[in-house]
Design a binder for this molecule. Structure first.
Ligand code: FA5
Length: 471
């Protein structure tokens, strides 16, 4: 075997991209096989060689199947299978004609005739498979090339080493085979030449009367639609959109939002840490990166880049180590809002939120603020809407308590508040001069409320029956 066996590599690795380059590879393999066969007949044995080349396991043939055919580009595949078939035939043919007849146990005229008959059968099969002039040229050279064709080997290995009394019958069979090959090749060439133009025309003809292919047009996912709806509402009151990384540093996700290490709020926002080289954060210590638990880090990134006035919303994906149930997912969506200027008051805050909720749910929905706590807002609120499933009664239509609001009549929509002055310290804003508000809306739950969806998981299952309901 050669030290650099091309059949151990894929065609791409070998740089083979067309049929001509492929034919060259098979030429090389054939030449290699002939060299090895010549050596094998001097003692090592044909059986072992045959196993090495066309055996069921670990052979050149099985490597061609695994490394060339399986990974071949589609346009080469069909030709490749045929080339391999031809190659296997050729291995059998060469292994016969490169050995003296007695080693093939052809010791009388009848057995010699049978050897020639086999060869003829193999030739007939091969010539029939020739698809074009390139194939035919290869076949022609293989069989009747004066230097190394099959007939030349027959003369050298069968006739010259045969006992004198068998020489005439070998000669006769050689002539018959040569005449057969020459005639068949000429016929095949004529057929290919006459059919070439016709088949090219048939291949390239376009039938303009055929109906076109109708491709179903997709639509935006409901979550994307809700994002769009919310963005439009906030655009209309002067907010713009910014986006930020889903892979965050603990500094932006926690510390700069006034959530130091070991702060109990971190327990509610347990998340996924990434197995990447530790990252040297702003506060110097090397820390692991994490998947952001909320869109709030973008408050910090935005204020770092921009001086007041700031009025942005931040749509995006967030992650938490929450167990999945009807209202929890470990990946979900939020829109952050941040407005900071020199004169923003709590009234601007409530007015903005109320405007948004009425625009989104319609004027009839009831809303309320509840005091809450976030380390990065002060005061903080939780914003609720009246439960649209039970009409804000807390009771299910069939009796008992409403399973969606669990009898509370209200559903928590999102957290919000006035930006805590401590946060301004992290972004070099003067807390005495600026004020502002921030909010973080859970988009999935908002979409569930508005569209009467009772299980958050359907957003992530990609069931077309669900998706189609929101064209
Ligand atoms: C926050 O994430 C804050 N960053 C919000 C905020 C921003 C407050 C700015 C103040 C100022 P909270 O952990 O409550 O807050 O999450 C916000 C919303 O995300 C929730 O109201 C809920 O709608 C949604 N949410 C939280 N966890 C999940 C979950 N596992 N699956 C689906 N939605 C969730």
């Amino acid at each position: 075997m050669l030290s650099e066996d091309p059949t151990k590599k894929s065609l791409t690795e070998l740089g083979v991209t067309d049929a001509v380059q492929l034919a060259h590879r098979f030429y090389e393999l054939r030449a290699r096989f002939q060299r090895e066969l010549a050596r094998a007949s001097e003692g090592e044995g044909w059986e072992r060689l045959r196993d090495e080349w066309v055996g069921p396991e670990g052979s050149v043939q099985s490597r061609i199947l695994a490394n060339w055919i399986r990974t071949a580009p589609e346009h080469l595949k069909a030709g490749l299978v045929q080339d391999l078939q031809n190659f296997i035939n050729e291995v059998f043919i060469l292994s016969a004609v490169l050995q003296p007849l007695d080693q093939l146990r052809a010791t009388d005229a009848a057995k010699i005739e049978s050897q020639f008959r086999n060869l003829r059968g193999l030739f007939d099969r091969e010539v029939k498979e020739c698809r074009d002039e390139v194939d035919l040229g290869i076949t022609e050279r293989f069989w009747i090339s004066p230097k190394s064709g099959v007939l030349k080997h027959i003369a050298a290995n069968w006739r010259k080493t045969a006992p004198r009394d068998l020489v005439p019958s070998i000669g006769r069979e050689e002539n018959k085979l040569k005449a057969h090959i020459t005639r068949e090749i000429a016929e095949r060439r004529a057929t290919l030449e006459s059919g070439a133009e016709e088949s090219a025309l048939a291949r390239e003809r376009i039938d303009l009367s055929l109906p076109g292919v109708i491709r179903p047009i997709g639509s935006h996912h409901l979550i994307r639609q809700v994002f769009q709806e919310i963005e439009d509402i906030f655009f209309s009151i002067g907010f713009s959109v910014v986006e930020g990384p889903e892979i965050e540093t603990p500094y932006y996700n926690f510390e700069a939002l006034n959530i130091p290490e070991f702060h109990p709020v971190r327990d509610d926002m347990d998340t996924f840490y990434l197995e990447l080289p530790l990252f040297s954060d702003k506060n110097a210590a090397k820390t692991p990166l994490l998947l952001r638990t909320h869109t709030s880090p973008m408050q910090i990134r935005t204020m770092e880049k921009q001086k007041p006035p700031v009025r942005v919303i931040v749509p995006g994906k967030v992650y938490r180590r929450d167990n999945p149930d009807a209202t929890h997912s470990f990946a979900f969506h939020q829109i952050e809002g941040l407005a900071v200027d020199t004169d923003i008051t709590f009234c601007d805050f409530t007015g903005t939120i109320e405007y948004f909720v009425k625009q989104f749910f319609g004027p009839s929905v009831k809303t309320r603020f509840r005091p809450s706590y976030f380390p990065f807002t002060e005061p903080s609120v939780e914003f609720d809407v009246s439960c649209p499933f039970c009409g804000g009664t807390g009771a299910a239509a069939a009796g008992g308590t409403c399973s969606k609001c669990k009898g509370a009549a209200w559903i928590e929509l999102f957290g919000a508040g006035m930006v805590d002055p401590a946060v301004y310290g992290f972004v070099n804003y003067d807390a005495k001069k600026v004020s502002g508000f921030a909010f973080g809306i859970g988009i999935d739950r908002l979409a569930m409320l508005k569209y009467g969806i009772d299980d958050i998981q359907v957003f992530f299952q990609n069931d077309v029956r669900f998706l189609k309901q929101f064209p």
